[in-house]
Design a protein around this ligand. Structure first.
Ligand code: FES
Ligand SMILES: [Fe+2]
Length: 345
């Protein structure tokens, strides 16, 4: 029965590509949660996602081509329209009676904020729209969009994006200076999300400080995790604001594609700051890739067996949400939890 359908990771929306990557008459191959997908644009320009497997003799549809908004298989030329319906079999000649009502397997698509999102499986019990990228395209705001590949799982990647204690080691000087500073956080788990508010954080952004916060304004810093794969880091310094939002896409259990939007409102210097933000942001992520790829090597050899310190309450909350989904449960039904924890960075 639909109403009792267990939830699973396929019920969420994942980025398949950026809008600009999928041109007219183009087909892209993607993998999400081990599913092979062929992407193209139908005759109305809207994105179409089909299982990358021709129903005829199972050639990959992504090796074919798009003509008039229809995808043609490269093996014997069977053609599929924007809903995956078979529309032509060249070997049948002018009489296409055999075509019938056959269909390729198709997936839902949504185009939003310059991304094309796919959902592999709809579940009425968990109908959450694709995450909006904060302030994307808004007046006065700039976005630098970065793409990176991690040889690690979605959960480890997502946790890294809002892990503060690693920053003084992995990103020493670039992003953060080690100040041996005591920080107090309010950590909340609620509705399948974790929110972390840093209280009384002083200027501790290393190299970034000179243009992020030259006037040394008080900092508001809040991190968010949204199930199962999204993190959003928010900094406010006076009138300036800086968001780092990452969507981690599970290619498989050991491979994750990550799109990161660095979105900010810096006033008149905003446009000029773009190359600096892109360069520094990418450099920081490359340091994380080294750390995360190494972590997965060890997990593959010895299995995953974590041990926690006080600051890891954030990870424990995130993992409780992730594990609930693994068990087919709705994380929004987990009890709300509020903790105040202190740690040193
Ligand atoms: S395998 Fe696709 S047309 Fe034959
Ligand atoms: Fe990092």
């Amino acid at each position: 029965m639909e109403s009792e359908k267990k939830i699973n990771f396929k019920n969420f929306w994942y980025i398949a590509c950026e809008s600009k990557e999928l041109g007219k008459n183009q087909v892209l191959a993607r993998t999400i949660l081990d599913e092979w997908i062929a992407l193209f644009r139908g005759d109305d320009g809207a994105p179409v996602a089909l299982q990358d497997r021709c129903i005829h003799r199972n050639s990959q549809l992504s090796k074919g081509w798009v003509k008039d908004g229809q995808l043609q298989c490269s093996y014997h030329g069977w053609t599929f329209d924007k809903v995956g319906k078979l529309t032509g079999i060249p070997s049948e000649g002018p009489n296409q009676k055999k075509v019938g009502s056959r269909c390729a397997k198709s997936y839902e698509c949504i185009e939003q904020d310059g991304f094309i999102f796919i959902r592999l499986e709809k579940n009425e019990n968990l109908d959450i729209p694709p995450h909006r990228m904060p302030h994307y395209g808004e007046k006065g705001w700039q976005t630098v969009r970065l793409f990176n590949v991690f040889k690690n799982s979605v959960i480890n990647c997502a946790e890294n994006y809002i892990d503060v204690p690693h920053t003084v080691f992995v990103h020493d000087k670039i992003f953060r200076d080690a100040l041996d500073e005591k920080v107090t956080t309010k950590v909340q788990r609620k509705d399948g999300a974790v929110h972390i508010e840093y209280i009384g954080e002083t200027d501790n952004l290393g190299w970034f400080s000179w243009f992020l916060n030259p006037k040394k304004e008080p900092i508001t810093h809040i991190d968010h995790y949204y199930m199962p794969n999204i993190t959003s880091v928010q900094y406010i310094f006076g009138k300036k604001e800086f968001w780092i939002t990452s969507q981690c896409i599970p290619i498989n259990d050991e491979l994750t594609w990550v799109w990161t939007d660095l979105t900010y409102k810096f006033g008149p210097i905003g446009v000029l700051a773009k190359p600096i933000v892109a360069f520094q942001g990418q450099k920081v992520i490359e340091q994380d890739i080294v750390a995360l790829d190494n972590q997965m090597e060890v997990i593959k050899k010895y299995g995953e067996n974590f041990s926690n310190a006080t600051a890891d309450i954030i990870h424990v909350f995130i993992e409780s949400i992730y594990n609930a989904i693994k068990e087919g449960k709705d994380p929004r039904e987990l009890a709300e939890k509020n903790n105040e924890v202190t740690f040193w960075i």
